[in-house]
Design a protein around this ligand. Sequence first.
Ligand SMILES: [Fe+2]
Ligand SMILES: [Fe+2]
Length: 188
Amino acid sequence: MASETLGETAADRLPGDPTRRDLVERFIRVDHAGEYGAVRIYAGQLAVLGRGPKAPILQHMKAQEEHHVATFNQLVARRRVRPTALLPLWHLAGFALGAVTAAMGERAAMACTVAVEEAIDEHYQSQHARLGDDEAELRGTIERFREEELEHRDIGLENEAELAPAYRLLSAVIKAGCKAAIAVSERV
Ligand SMILES: [Fe+2]
Ligand SMILES: [Fe+2]
């Protein structure tokens, strides 16, 4: 996936679509918001499960999310992107999602990770496909992070996410929430 040549960013742009710069700004804005929310999800899970046997893997995933958000913090500053106005909401909602799923049990916490990371995988794939060689650095960052998100998904699956109570419902609700959060954080 990383090796294909795609020409220019937003090469498929139609009249009325966001300009290349607008598009890249939206990408950075929403990715920054998402990585920020991800840190908060693991913080919420650790608030409940921080003394349990899953604490080290939650810490590991949280540390990677902190690196992701630090990278997007730098991009927001360097490229003068307006961050989403919804960071305070994601601060609370991320933590709440983490804490509530963790309170449902370790498996539900892992199911939350699997659902979130599947949504982010799709999201990063679609961004990657729209970025061209003129945005090779951002494209590379997204691809690297996507691989780590997939590692998180696999950790969730190895830790019995699918055995969580009402797994399919839980997963569907969380994924729908992620998609809604992505849609608003691109613009607002
Ligand atoms: Fe991440
Ligand atoms: Fe992640």
